[in-house]
Every structure is written in structure tokens, then in C-alpha cells.
Design a protein around this ligand. Structure first.
Ligand code: NAP
Length: 259
């Protein structure tokens, strides 16, 4: 049986290019999406030769509505695509008071809007056929306001929530949704977002990150946090969240808010 093709955003370098390498070597045809067509073509040429798969390049700037629409159309119409890897993303240098409203808007479009739009384009087709997968790349920053990257973290909290929600909505229809939650990983992202080279944190190797994320994928894990060694901490955190849910049905304010 032919393996489903995989559309990967942000596939020109870093985590996305590493996913492309791994899925090609698993025998999947690919559709690579990013802005830098020459870089994707070089990667595709290498993987076509080494893995013998078919690879299409779909250059797109995922901050532009018309270019997001072209990727959405491909996801809606190309029946061969069975998995979407929503990986393209960027950081934003400086603190909130230094960031312009336009830069914040562009970041939200890339890191959050395009992620939701691409998932929305592919989900109905996957749900109708009863299989397929959506992998969304979040970040531990989305769990850690303490790190001082408020807007970037907010976009990644969005990605985590969207993934958890879609896992519940689409899981019963046979579609697997995974949130991958990396911490600092050695890629170009840091330089691109203007990070001070002398103040970079210790980094995970991108190969280790993606290989670990794929172990989570193969286990059909909902939330995969490669750097978190004590997995029970996540279970406890998620358990505390679930424990609040029945209380949200209260119709009277809690006594501590008595006027
Ligand atoms: P990277 O090396 O900078 O790669 C980012 C990828 O996204 C590139 O392929 C880039 O390609 C693409 N991209 C950037 N802006 C784009 C745009 N406007 N339209 C289309 N594609 C665009 O970063 P990375 O570390 O691999 O990041 C991948 C994902 O992991 C991101 O969502 C990031 O937030 C997340 N993440 C990274 C880290 C880390 O420490 N590296 C940690 C946690 C989460 P072009 O420039 O060719 O468009």
C-alpha cells in the first residue's frame, strides 16, 4: 500500500527539514513549504536520491493570506496528503514594549493563524476518510510566562490548546493530533529572532529532538515534550487542570469573592 504523503511547513531548515529527512527515509512522499525555494530544492534533490521518494516544493510565505490560501488549497485537494506537520514558526526579539504592533501581528499570523488555517484545510478530508495525522510544533515557552517571551509564548500556548482540542474533536474520527513541545533546540531560529549569541541557553540537538518527537508520534502520544525527563510532572499538571473542570459549572461566585 502506498504510504500517505506528508506536507511539512518550515521545511527549508531546522526542525522542519529534519522531519523531511526522517519521513522521506520512512518512505513517504513529501510536500515542502517555506519561503526559500532554493534551499528546499537542494534538500529535495538530496532526499529524492537518498530515499527514492517523490518531493514537491510549494514556496509560500505563511504570513501572507494569498500564500496561506495556496497551501490550504493543496491540503484540501491533494488526496495523497495524509499528514500535516505544522512546523513553520519564528521568534520575536525584545520585550513587549519594544515590539511593534505590526511585528506582533505578523508573528501571530505565522505561529498561530496559519497553523489553525492549515489544520482547518486538511481536517475535514482526513476526518471523512477516517485516518491521517496533524503534528503541531509548540514550545515549552507556551507553558512558561516566566521566560519573558509573552507574545511568542502566547502563540505556542495557542498551538498546544488547539492540538489538545483537535485531538478530542478528531480522535474519534480516526485522525491523530500531536503537539510537540520542544525546549531550546539548536537551529537558526535564535539568530533569526535577534537573540544575543553570548546569552544562548544550552540547546538540544535538532536530530535528537525530532527523533524523540517521532517516538511520541509512533506511540500516538497527544503531547510530546522531549526535554521533560519526568513525564509524571506533565501528568500531574494536566491532572490538576482536569480536576478544576467540574468546578467551572458553579453558578455562584466562590466565597473568596464574596462582596
Ligand atoms: P528555524 O531553523 O528558524 O526554521 C524555521 C522554518 O520556518 C524555516 O524553514 C523557515 O523557512 C520557516 N519560516 C519562517 N518564517 C516563515 C514564513 N513567513 N513563511 C513560511 N515559512 C517560514 O526554526 P526551528 O527551530 O526549526 O523552528 C521550527 C518550529 O519549532 C517553530 O515553530 C518554532 O517556534 C519551534 N520551536 C523551536 C525551538 C528552538 O529552540 N529552535 C524551540 C521550541 C519550538 P524560510 O525562511 O525559508 O521561510
Amino acid at each position: 500500500m502506498t504510504k500517505p504523503a506528508i506536507l511539512i511547513t518550515g521545511a527549508s531548515t531546522g526542525i522542519g527539514a529534519t522531519y523531511a529527512d526522517r519521513f522521506a527515509r520512512r518512505g513517504h512522499d513529501l510536500v515542502l513549504v517555506a519561503r526559500d525555494a532554493a534551499r528546499m530544492e537542494a534538500l529535495a534533490a538530496k532526499l529524492r536520491t537518498e530515499a527514492g521518494v517523490s518531493i514537491d516544493i510549494l514556496p509560500a510565505d505563511l504570513t501572507r493570506a494569498d500564500e496561506i490560501a495556496a497551501v490550504e488549497a493543496r491540503l484540501r485537494d491533494d488526496d495523497r496528503i495524509g499528514t500535516l506537520v505544522n512546523n513553520a514558526g519564528a521568534g520575536l526579539g525584545g520585550g513587549f514594549v519594544d515590539q511593534t504592533a505590526d511585528a506582533i501581528t505578523q508573528l501571530i499570523i505565522l505561529n498561530a493563524t496559519s497553523v489553525a488555517r492549515l489544520a482547518s484545510a486538511v481536517a475535514p478530508r482526513l476526518a471523512a476518510r477516517g485516518d491521517g495525522a496533524i503534528i503541531n510544533i509548540g514550545s515549552v515557552v507556551g507553558l512558561a510566562p516566566e521566560l519573558g517571551m509573552s507574545v511568542y509564548g502566547a502563540t505556542k500556548a495557542f498551538v498546544l490548546f488547539l492540538s489538545q482540542g483537535l485531538a478530542l474533536e478528531l480522535g474519534s474520527k480516526g485522525v491523530y493530533v500531536q503537539a510537540v513541545v520542544p525546549a531550546a533546540t539548536r537551529t537558526e531560529l535564535w539568530g533569526r529572532s535577534g537573540a544575543d549569541e553570548t546569552k544562548l541557553p544550552p540547546m538540544m540537538d535538532v536530530d535528537d529532538l525530532v527523533d524523540a518527537a517521532l517516538v511520541g508520534f509512533d506511540k500516538r502520544e497527544g503531547v510530546t515534550i522531549p526535554p521533560l525527563h519526568d513525564g509524571a510532572l506533565w501528568d500531574g499538571f494536566d491532572g490538576a487542570r482536569r480536576a478544576m473542570l467540574p468546578g467551572f459549572g458553579a453558578t455562584q461566585p466562590a466565597p473568596r469573592y464574596a462582596a
